[in-house]
Design a protein around this ligand. Structure first.
Ligand code: PXP
Length: 237
């Protein structure tokens, strides 16, 4: 299974002092050298961590694939068309949230999202939709022309081992199988860490996991290369 490393929180650390380091592009290079198969970052409307300048540098330096998470707004469409990441991940965004709180609602917003995905596709950008485990939402993502879906593993990751977590895991498994069946590439992410990633790795339909906070937190202690290597070992990569 491929590992996409989300580097947002290195930029969060930089912004804590409004300084020029750590440099997200340097972190991305080291993560790639350790074996990460893609680099992810999220440009938020408040630019609280990643900024346009970071995207421009990352676009020039990332050698694997650059996946930029963003809201499906006109402002962000302009950013995407300027930067041209390999993948744009459309996510919902609530200004005060600490992190993305759930999947994008696709079925209720098909027309606008279909136009958005089409505009990105014309520029050669693949679109991913961050999505909850609802099969109807996954079907809607396919219908609006998304290339892939990233299934929200947050509800699973928030639970301790037990029946409730097993249920959340079964929902991810079912969603992944359905996504593949209808022709989507299926990724997963949110809240995954070194302890809870195992059962998600065992889902054969999931091709890639997007992991940020847990890797950044470990990297602060052992370094980004070791943190990436430790996660790759769990992914069997
Ligand atoms: N996937 C999406 C769509 C996200 O918004 C985030 C958080 O930025 C992640 C994955 C990574 O989540 P975490 O930082 O909890 O690993």
């Amino acid at each position: 299974m491929r590992l996409a490393v989300n580097i947002d929180h290195f930029a969060t650390l930089r912004e804590a002092r409004k300084a020029s380091e750590p440099e997200p592009a340097l972190v991305a290079m080291l993560a790639e050298q350790a074996g990460a198969q893609a680099i992810v970052c999220h440009i938020r409307s408040d630019r609280r961590h990643i900024k346009e300048r970071d995207l421009r540098v990352l676009r020039e330096t990332v050698k694997t694939g650059l996946n930029v998470e963003m809201a499906a707004t006109e402002e962000m469409k302009r950013v995407a068309l300027e930067i041209r990441p390999d993948v744009v991940s459309l996510v919902p965004e609530r200004p005060e949230e600490l992190t993305t709180e759930g999947g994008l609602k696709v079925a209720s917003n098909r027309k606008a999202l279909a136009a958005h995905v089409k505009a990105l596709g014309k520029a050669g950008i693949r679109t991913s939709i961050f999505i909850d485990t609802s099969l109807a939402e996954i079907a809607a993502a396919r219908e609006i022309g998304a290339d892939l879906v990233e299934i929200n593993t947050g509800p699973y990751a928030e639970l301790r081992e037990g029946k409730e977590r097993d249920k959340a895991l079964a929902a991810v498994r079912k969603a992944a199988a359905y996504g593949r069946k209808i022709g989507l590439e299926v990724h997963g992410g949110h809240g995954l860490d070194y302890r809870n990633v195992g059962p998600i790795v065992a889902i054969p339909e999931i091709a890639e996991l997007s992991i940020g906070f847990a890797i950044v937190a470990r990297a602060a202690v052992v370094g980004i290369e070791q943190a990436v290597l430790d996660m790759l070992a769990l992914l069997g990569t």
